[in-house]
Write a protein that binds this ligand. Sequence first.
Ligand SMILES: Cc1cc2nc3c(=O)[nH]c(=O)nc-3n(C[C@H](O)[C@H](O)[C@H](O)COP(=O)(O)O)c2cc1C
Length: 303
Amino acid sequence: MKQLDPKSLRNAFGSYMTGVTVITAMSNDGKPVGFTANSFTSVSLDPPLLLVCPAKSLSSFDVFANCKHFAVNILSEDQQNISNIFAGSKDDRFSQIEWHKDEYGNPIIKGALTHFSCKTDRNLDAGDHHLLVGEVLDFSSREGHGLGYASGGYFSLALEREAAEISTQEKHVNVGVIIEHNGKVLLSQKDGKETLPSTTTDDNTNAVSTIQQFLADNGIDAQLGAVFSIYENTKTNTNYIFYRAIANSSETKGLGEYVSIFDIAEQDFATPAMHSMMTRYATESENGLYGVYVGQEEQGHVH
Ligand SMILES: Cc1cc2nc3c(=O)[nH]c(=O)nc-3n(C[C@H](O)[C@H](O)[C@H](O)COP(=O)(O)O)c2cc1C
């Protein structure tokens, strides 16, 4: 059999775009346990079944391998911090969030888009994971957008759509990209000031296709990530959209030079808006929790 490279296989699995859930249950000694999972799948309507795959390496694996009940909490787009808590925090995860126990004893996370409270239907061994199949006993779901996950990064469908809409409604939107490689960001120079590699959309192309084409035309081998900033300069009536990207090599292809993220705040950027956007990037890259700015050059909100 062909030898598969585990890292490439993980990346290949990760190319499948998913939502994000937190799977919760109660341990025998009455403590809530939970982990972030994107292996959630709906399985059957009649009977109502769903599936999730807990890894054998989880500290709470024994609980999920033997639980009689468990819950699936589908996170909403503003619950990225909860995803990070349940994927990494070593402290008491439940003391950092709001939750309650439902009538089946399952921990339910406040603010999640959807909750499924399940009875374990079967628990099957599958390599380094288990297939945990649950029969849905109860559920609740509200309007809203779920948190998205693809290729190791979070995204918000609502904000990606907003960026796409602006870029097709407005003529000549400026689309730029923050390209990161090994803790450095690729900056271009214009009129003696620092700026970001960027281009403008034409009449028929949306922002994502435009920036992908720009990267390809310039020979930059990078994985395009989520949108980072969408703003309008009301004086010039110009719209700007910036995406994040991770480069696979340090080649600059004449677009500028890589500058350490630690030195970003001291750069002389072409506009104050770009300076504040890049300072936010430097701060947020420390913990990998990226927001999306939507607004005007001087006034807006980070979502
Ligand atoms: C987006 C995302 C999806 C994940 N999906 C799964 C999954 O489906 N199954 C799993 O066992 N771990 C998954 N993990 C990893 C676990 O959340 C992580 O290993 C776990 O919280 C570690 O918990 P522990 O410290 O209690 O062992 C995922 C992590 C992230 C960030």
